[in-house]
Design a binder for this molecule. Structure first.
Ligand code: NAD
Length: 266
């Protein structure tokens, strides 16, 4: 296999749809063997695997709920049985349960923190444990890479979505603290913070013309993002092209985090 990730193995969670599916395809396109994790939608995971095979890549699907400690450990064992090693972990699975604070239940809060923060913690911990047991890949300077999936809402407060924004703010500190803890073991941990990307999670924000027009007011670059925008960033962070990049968040947001409302107020 050829490509920036030839000879490497990558596991992407929440990869049966959206950004995760795009990242799985892009990593496979660079020669990595890819585990396509899904929670319940097996058919969609199989579609992603089939698309990768059709493009000449190698992938397989793995069922797991990332909020369950045993489930994540089992996912890792299954992945290693198939792929033999792990070089790139992308804890991408995430959910939104929006509600105003007057309506937000403890379940809204806990379920989002469970998937978006605890899920990434469990996956990162399992990946680091594995990285330490294997020799580094022939094609990479580091022994392992983790790419956490954050959001512009790790910085931008979000009314009606305090659970989601808190989970992503948590990802920032989790990612940087982990990176600080294991960088000397030649493990690179970074995050991607997407802005508005067209996926099932935020359909209502771009589905109608009016909604898309409103959304574009927040995006200086003038278009809503697509999963390929994020997938290319993931390839870069997974590969040695970013070999000296450690503990950083790469914003892929068309300028959304530049506070565009201030452009005409300066
Ligand atoms: P999506 O809904 O298509 O993808 C989320 C995936 O996570 C789904 O496949 C879902 O089945 C999976 N998932 C949910 N709970 C899970 C669990 N317990 N175990 C395993 N998998 C689970 O939406 P997306 O936009 O592709 O979201 C992917 C990530 O990108 C999320 O972390 C999201 O917060 C982040 N993100 C998305 C945007 C955007 O604009 N789309 C912006 C910023 C950040």
């Amino acid at each position: 296999r050829h490509g920036l990730l030839a000879g490497q193995a990558a596991l992407v969670t929440g990869a049966s749809s959206g950004i995760g599916a795009g990242i799985a395809k892009a990593l496979a396109g660079e020669g990595a063997v890819v585990g396509v994790n899904y929670r319940s939608d097996r058919a969609s995971a199989e579609d992603v695997v089939a698309a990768i095979a059709e493009a000449g890549g190698e992938a397989f699907e793995i069922e797991a709920d990332v909020t369950e400690e045993d489930g994540v450990e089992e996912m890792m064992r299954t992945f290693l049985d198939r792929a033999g090693r792990l070089d790139v972990m992308v804890p991408n699975a995430g959910i939104q349960k929006d509600a105003s604070i007057d309506e937000m239940t403890l379940d809204h809060w806990k379920s989002v923190l469970d998937v978006n923060l605890t899920g990434q913690f469990l996956c990162a911990r399992a990946a680091i444990a594995q990285f330490d047991t294997q020799p580094g890949p022939a094609t990479s300077a580091s022994v392992g890479k983790i790419i956490c999936m954050s959001s512009v809402h790790q910085d931008i407060p979000c009314a009606g979505r305090v659970n989601y924004a808190a989970s992503k703010g948590g990802i920032d500190m989790m990612m940087r603290s982990l990176a600080q803890e294991v960088a000397h073991r030649r493990i690179r941990i970074n995050s991607i913070a997407p802005g508005a990307i067209k996926t099932p999670i935020n359909e209502e924000a771009w589905q109608t013309e009016e909604a898309e027009r409103q959304l574009l007011e927040l995006i200086p670059y003038g278009r809503v993002g697509v999963v390929e925008d994020v997938a290319r960033a993931a390839v870069w962070l997974a590969s040695d092209l970013s070999d000296y990049v450690v503990g950083t968040t790469l914003y892929v947001d068309g300028g959304m985090s530049l506070y565009p409302g201030f452009r005409d107020n300066g």
